[in-house]
Design a protein around this ligand. Sequence first.
Ligand code: SF4
Ligand code: SF4
Length: 728
Amino acid sequence: MRKPFKQRLAQALRSPDLETALDRSLPGLAQRRRESLEGEDFELQQAALRDRRADHVKRIPELLKEFTQNATAADSVVHLAADADAACAIVAEIARKAGATLAVKSKSMTTEEIDLGTHLERSGITTVETDLGEYIVQLAGESPSHILVPALHKTREQMAALFREKFGKAVKSDRESLVAFAREELRQSFVEAGIGITGANLAIADTGTIVIVTNEGNDRLVSSLPPVHVVVVGIEKLVPSIEDATAILPLLTRSATGQKMTTYVSFITGPNRSSDIEFVPTLGAHGPREAHIVFVDNGRLEMRADRDFASALQCIKCGACANVCPPFRIVGGHPFGYVYTGAIGLVVTPFHHGLENIAEAQSLCAGCNACETVCPVGIPLPRLINEVRSRAAAKKGGGLKRFGVKAWQEPGKAAAITGGAARVISAVFGKNGFLPHLPALPLGTRWRRLPVPARRPFRSRTMPSGSVPSQTQIPGTAAAGVTIAYFPGCITDRLYPEMGEAVVRVLSACGADVSCPELPDCCGLPAMNSGDPYLARRSARLMIEALERADTQYIVSSSTSCVVTTVQDYPHLFRDDADWLPRAEQLAKRVIDFTGFMEKVARLPIGALRTEDSEIRVTYHDACQTNHVLGIKGEQRRLLAQVMGLTLLEMDDAEMCCGFGGTFSFDHPEIAGRLTHRKLDCASRTTADVIVTDNPGCIMQLRGAVAARGETTTVLHLAELVSQFLPV
Ligand code: SF4
Ligand code: SF4
């Protein structure tokens, strides 16, 4: 039984050692993954593995039948457990029959899922975890915080202190000493255990073989020294053949630990045997006489029948989605998930442990999309997390947040509210453009100043439905004569209208015929983020209708979040709507982000915007949607460095979320604040004069934090910087 979410979160945020422990491990894991994939076409391999695993998931019942036949022929006993209790009861009964009072285990998240250790203890069987991380977690009376690295949340100094406390012996905190100590303590258990319990990474149907992938090799001792070997494995791990297994292994190990292959890969088919006496197979020569495979359903068949969530069964439990997750980097896995942690934990928990056990934790997802980018089997994790959010909101009701989101996107209302408020607020506080910090606000919000809404939003500054007069044209532009409708997005419209004006000036200078059509207040993204598809669809219909009226070749937005919403989310929102789906798909073909337009359509030549101000040194923050969804990583850099001739200084972790994440920064201000400060620290180490990015949400976040820190760094939208270099 886990502590309530709020307690787990508060504990993580209070822990002085947690961020140190996570900082020591997570960047290394992510970096090793990147290095191991260098020179590989990851997207191609990811798509192939996604399709292969999708096929396996479709065939689970057939593969289970085939595995059972072949494993039985190889003298294994195959069991199927409908739920956690049934699985635990099966294992306890096997242990009882074997007369075992001590079980050794190698790491298995499925046994964590069913809480096997507790069940066995109640049945009088002591279990000893033999994976080093699991052993540490077991000694500490905790649960794994990462599906691959269970003790990721602990520093080595904490591990040494734990050994000292539990065994009364002084242990040095260097890694070698810790490993040697655990090895010494664990060795005898392998010999004395009456039963060895492992998980399995894969189960091969056409041979009845299980596959276990480790580096420590403890699985080999667990599966070969005790007289009985029990494998506890989810039914989704079934694959048809050894070809499928070997197709999965390279991406599994690269994604998990950045290794081309792990130290040990065990293929086990049936119990141990020898045919050395008269060539008659005899079981139990050196290893177990009995081999049992317990397949666990526990919600998996329900997941398979759910068209939204069936893809989650493709997961090969590599842990990569946690390693790149920005909020996970701050709070670790205990709050970010339940038994399964990280992005995949938010997705599968409703099926294994009930929606109520993840209903709050899902709010930790900032929607940055980094997890989907690295997932080797292409699971659409952010979309599935949003679906969990919708289901949780439908069960609980959206409350105040839904009211706020509704008001923000009510046609005309938000503009009226912010416009009215802006006039009053800016008259009082408008001097530096930021609201004062209110003492009543919680501590976690003091890291950011919120902007004063614009007195005149963008829409009232330009000609709403007419053409904008063109500027002096940039030499060499390839966009002369193209027609564009500009779609500013609500943050630009209400908070930063001057940013919108800069975009229009730049597009116009590219020779485009730019118009600013009347648009609804909101594209529906906040409603989607809040798990309210009804409100989201309503906003989407209004936006589609308005953009259809703009009869232009392109619809350019300077908000990549709005671009992703219209291009990617609208077709998904209307996937069952025969009227609106084609309209959404048609619209998606015309929508493009500002950076994409500049590089793909305007294609400005090298040096086209170089001026004497080109001495400015800039650093670039990759907005999540731009980087992870639109895949724009080099285009903006070419514009800055080659077209404008600026000195581009790359910051560390440029692609790490700045902490905005839409409503995330309001739901979890303390986590958002820590992410933002990390970002500003990275930026200031470059000594750049300007931080450039291309998403207005990031700009709000970074400008607000710069102001709260009392710093003077300039934060600009790419279009604002380009507009300063236009020919006059
Ligand atoms: S979308 Fe980003 S914040 Fe959400 S789970 Fe994935 S990596 Fe984490
Ligand atoms: S969801 Fe993808 S990235 Fe996450 S553990 Fe599963 S396979 Fe790995």
